[in-house]
Design a binder for this molecule. Structure first.
Ligand SMILES: N[C@@H](CCC(=O)N[C@@H](CS)C(=O)NCC(=O)O)C(=O)O
Length: 193
């Protein structure tokens, strides 16, 4: 029995796992998070009601970071030390804030207003991108690994959703341009819906 990944073609959390899995056999089961039977049934495989979820035989793993850890334990993609974990937590923070802002927009909340919760999400994203700048200018351009994959998925998605602008961050555009033609990136392009 092979891997089964439940997700959507827009989620940055799902995309980073799709890219990691790109050269491995797996079945992708697309879920509509907000409508229909999928939305109702998701909590039967993940009580948190989020995607992605990986099913591997008797094991069901939720949370993209844990899914990566699970796959990394099997396939040994990379060694992750505590500083790497910190950086991944920062990337997750940016993604979580981005998704929170997107869900607010979908809920009809004006994210251009000075609402404290909104401002904190936006400030967090900017703070994380400031912190990551030296990494984005150097190491991220040399190593295509879970960190750079996560960064790519976040930036590409957040720009597409209108959550961030990178006009003042040329290092981000340069980073995206470096990897945009990789087969795994093209194979997982965000469905523009
Ligand atoms: N920490 C989780 C976050 C996953 C997440 O937020 N997924 C979004 C899609 S991008 C989702 O399922 N949102 C629906 C919801 O939170 O209700 C992970 O890394 O997998």
């Amino acid at each position: 029995m092979g891997y089964v990944l439940y997700g959507s073609k827009t989620s940055p959390f799902v995309r980073r796992i799709r890219i990691v899995l790109d050269e491995l056999p797996y079945e992708f089961k697309e879920i509509n998070l907000f409508e229909g039977q999928d939305a109702i049934n998701l909590n039967k495989i993940n009580p948190i009601n989020q995607i992605p979820v990986l099913v591997d035989g008797a094991n069901t793993i939720w949370d993209s970071r844990q899914i990566f850890n699970y796959l990394n334990a099997i396939h040994r993609f990379s060694n992750i030390d505590w500083m790497d974990e910190n950086q991944l937590t920062a990337l997750d923070g940016a993604m979580n804030s981005g998704v929170a802002l997107h869900l607010m927009k979908r809920s009809g909340i004006n994210i251009d207003e000075q609402i404290m919760y909104v401002v904190r999400q936006k400030d967090r994203i900017e703070s994380i991108l400031d912190y990551l700048k030296p990494y984005i200018e150097n190491e991220a351009l040399k190593n295509w690994n879970f960190h750079s994959i996560s960064l790519y998925c976040f930036l590409d998605w957040a720009i597409f959703r209108g959550i961030i602008k990178i006009d003042q961050r040329p290092e981000c555009q340069n980073f995206l341009d470096t990897y945009k033609n990789l087969p795994s990136v093209i194979n997982t392009e965000i469905t523009k819906v």
